[in-house]
Write a protein that binds this ligand. Structure first.
Ligand SMILES: COc1cc(C(=O)NC2CCN(C)CC2)ccc1Nc1cc2c(cn1)c(C)nn2-c1cc(Cl)cc(CCC(N)=O)c1
Length: 305
């Protein structure tokens, strides 16, 4: 805002030189600051021609001096650009100017499941079933495309204005080049990291996303992740020892406990597959699972009518 308090308008533009040498310019008006993650700052952005409102992840090139950060961004763009699924954040466009790299993505105006859990404390089982079904739809597509997300967590699960769940942030994702390939780089978010990733010796694969899904189911039903402690090293020890409990004061069904217990198996091959999770009694209550939940559930449980 300028001295007289008037709002300044920030425009960023893409200069496109066409094959016939003509220069076309696409202009975007930067809107509300949505948040930051890693080296990126995220804003609402309006395409001034189409009026479409997007989420613009803006990364200053000055923060990309280290090769590791550059490779991570290149990998994120390459993988995310190739994906198209109703439960994955749509990758719209990427371009750069002298100062920044601009990644234009589908705007999810109801933020992430992280904010939802902070607001609601915990979700009902029917809500968890609804979100789990959408996460599994995204993961089945991702794994069929030989991509492991590796950073599945509440903060990467977005809700758009129609309350559809969208998996985002492919900064730690990796694409397997051949069947049976195992990855070894240790990465992820402490609370959600699978034990075999921490182990580092045996290599890891798609099962790390199934482990993180188990952590997410526990966190949605209980209100916080199973291995959370104030200190990362202690969290890692609890993960390796498989040390977690279901608090007495939180009532959850035996089916929910059984599913979480089976997913949080230290041995990756013993974890259920995505199809087996969909076939588990917790996801098959006989009643139908809603495709999406009403906006009211951003504030209060669905049954409280
Ligand atoms: C209108 O849409 C949004 C609004 C908000 C929001 O209200 N944030 C408030 C802003 C004010 N502060 C004080 C509290 C949070 C947050 C996210 C929105 N939408 C929204 C945000 C999005 C995306 C889609 N859609 C995608 C894709 N990537 N990102 C993205 C990217 C980065 Cl680098 C950081 C963050 C914030 C942290 C997080 N994981 O939510 C988000």
């Amino acid at each position: 805002t300028t001295a007289d308090g008037s709002e300044q308008v920030v425009i960023f533009e893409e200069k496109i030189t066409k094959v016939n040498g003509e220069v076309a310019i696409k202009r975007y008006q930067r809107g509300k600051f949505l948040g930051k993650g890693g080296f990126a700052k995220c804003y609402e952005a309006t395409n001034l021609e189409t009026k479409k409102v997007l989420a613009a992840k803006i990364i200053a090139k000055s923060s990309l001096t280290k090769n590791r950060a550059r490779q991570k961004l290149i990998s994120e763009i390459k993988i995310h650009k190739s994906l198209q699924n109703t439960n994955i954040v749509q990758f719209e466009h990427v371009f750069e100017d002298h100062e920044n790299v601009y990644i234009l993505l589908e705007l999810c105006s109801n933020q992430t499941l992280n904010e939802l859990i902070k607001r609601r404390k915990r979700l009902t089982e029917i809500e968890v079933q609804c979100y789990v079904a959408q996460i599994i739809n995204a993961l089945k597509y991702l794994h069929a495309s030989n991509v492991i997300h590796r950073d599945l967590k509440l903060g990467n699960l977005f809700l758009n204005k129609s309350m559809e769940l969208k998996l985002g942030d492919f900064g730690l994702a990796t694409k397997l080049e051949f069947d049976g390939e195992k990855k070894r780089t240790i990465c992820g978010t402490p609370n959600y990291i699978a034990p075999e990733v921490l182990d580092g010796k045996v290599g890891h694969s798609f099962e790390v996303d199934v482990w993180s899904l188990g952590v997410i189911i526990y966190a949605m039903l209980i209100g916080k992740p199973p291995f959370e402690t104030p200190d990362v090293k202690t969290t890692y020890r609890k993960i390796r020892l498989n040390s977690y409990t279901f608090p007495e004061h939180v009532l959850i069904s035996d089916a929910a406990k059984n599913l979480i217990t089976r997913i949080l198996n230290l041995d990756p091959v013993k974890r259920p597959t995505l199809d087996e999770i969909m076939a588990h009694p917790f996801m098959n209550t006989g009643g139908s699972i809603p495709k999406t939940l009403p906006l009211s559930t951003l504030a209060c449980p669905p049954s409280a009518s």
